[in-house]
Design a protein around this ligand. Sequence first.
Ligand code: G
Ligand code: MN
Length: 278
Amino acid sequence: MTQEAFEEQRLIMYYQPVVSTRDGSAPGQGIAPCQGVIGFEALIRMVHPQRGILGPAAFANALDHPRLARRIGCFVLDAVLTQGEQWHRDGFPLRMSMNISARHLLDPEFLNDMRAALAAHPDLAPEMCEIEVTETAPMLDFPTAQETLRACNNLGLRIALDDFGTGSASLSYLQKLPAQTIKVDQSFVRDILNDPRDFAIVAGITTTANMLGLEVVAEGVETVGHLQLLKTLDCHAMQGYLFSKPMPAGEVPGWLKSFNILNYNNNLTPLPEGLCRI
Ligand code: G
Ligand code: MN
């Protein structure tokens, strides 16, 4: 099914914004470009003739298939860098984040694929690109993953540890792998308003990230209450339905025009009773 979709060009990229809630009031912390938008995470979707737009859960095994993983990975690199380069030319200095499958990251050709994709898009600086990796690749082959990620950093690319906290070795990978961003998995963020354990876990990850000088992005931010509580934890980069669901590239310029983080920051409600603050 996936190979057919790939060959028929029915694999497409959706884009979900990552925003910064810093309002520029603190010294030295200017407002992020594009009125608080840091960039976009590219998310793959399949256009299915009967079932409509499908998320990667419907074809996850194909993304890790020995014959397809690299081909789809190269398609994603080129599609996202083409789009990012276009937005930069249009005057939107957005960071482009892309998910890299474990199989592609560990493929001996991955670095060549990455170099070729960057060279084909000279108007997009590597520093504006971020690759998101989960624990799967380092779990399968730690030395190769570590060496490849170091080489990516040397190319100028940012590295994000995705779904952080869900694996069994998150902290050890944080210690040993190069990374500039931690993406706190949405399973921890979802219930921070009601579950003190989730609140404590997100507080711990955020404190650790801030002490290490890493950017921390909370995923799955769905309400202003989440936004407000995350800000008290000193977590300022967020992604989730509160701001936007993933959208087709064509909708991004219009969304950027209408988005202003101040509408969220100025619209805060009292925090629920009994929540501990740090
Ligand atoms: O694996 P990763 O963390 O990159 O997954 C991102 C997925 O989560 C996307 O497919 C996206 O549709 C979904 N998603 C993004 N924001 C939210 C949110 O606020 N709530 C929920 N339930 N899902 C989200
Ligand atoms: Mn991701």
